[in-house]
Design a protein around this ligand. Sequence first.
Ligand code: AP5
Length: 218
Amino acid sequence: AKAEPLKVIISGAPASGKGTQCELIAQKYGLVHIAAGDLLRAEVAAASENGKLAKEYMEKGELVPDEIVVMMVKERLLQPDSQQRGWLLDGYPRSSSQAAALEDYGIRPDVFILLDVSEDILVERVVGRRLDPLTGKIYHLKYSPPENDEIASRLTQRFDDTEEKACEVAATHTSSKCGCCALYITVNGNEAKEHVFAQIDAALTHVGEQRKGFTKVV
Ligand code: AP5
C-alpha cells in the first residue's frame, strides 16, 4: 500500500521564519504550502468583503475572526492537490478554537513543528523583511539579501511589517497546539536558516521512515 501523504503544521511567532522554512520543506518534500496569512493577504488584495474586514485586524497585528479564517483554511486543505501531495499548514491554528475546528472536521496532522525564537530576533527579522512581488520570495536585507540590483529595486515591505507592531505582537504571541497530532517538535529557530532546516529535515525524515515501516506491516 502507498503511504498516506504527509500532513504538517508549522507554528511560531510572527517572523519566526515559518515562511522561510516552508519554502525549503515544500521544495524537498513536495508538500502543498498553505499559509493562513497568504490566504488572507490574497483576500485583502482582491478587496473582497472578507478581505476588507480582515485588513482591519491584520494592520493591528490582531487575529482575524474565526468566521473568515476557519472556512478559508479548511477549503484549501481539502483541495485535490493538498489531498494528493500532502500539506504544510503555516500560521494555523492560532487559537484553541481554531485547533478545535480542525479536529471537528476530522483533519489530523502527523507532525506539529514549533519554531522557538527570542523576542529581539523576531523584531529584527520583521524590520528587515522584504518581499519580491514578482516571485513571492521572502528576503531579509541583512540575512537573506536579494541576488541582484534588479530584484533589489522591486522589493516591497508588507503593510503590517512595522517595528511597533512587531514589538507588540512578539511580546504577546502564544502558539496554539492542536490536540490531535501524532508528534510535537520544538525547533530552535534562532539559528541560521540552514541550521533550522536541518533540525526540521531530520524530524520529517524520521517520521517518513516510521510511516514506511508502518505501511509495510499493513
Ligand atoms: P502571517 O502572514 O501568518 O504572519 P506571521 O505569523 O506574522 O508570520 P510571518 O509571515 O510574519 O513570519 P514568518 O514566520 O513566516 O517569517 P519569515 O519566514 O517571513 O499573518 C499575518 C496576519 O494575518 C496576522 O497578524 C493576523 O492578523 C492574520 N492571521 C494569519 N493567520 C491567522 C489565523 N490563523 N487566524 C487569525 N488571523 C490570522 O521570516 C521573517 C524574516 O526573517 C524574513 O525576512 C526572513 O528572510 C528572515 N529569516 C527567516 N528565518 C531566518 C533565520 N533563520 N535567520 C535569519 N533571518 C531569517
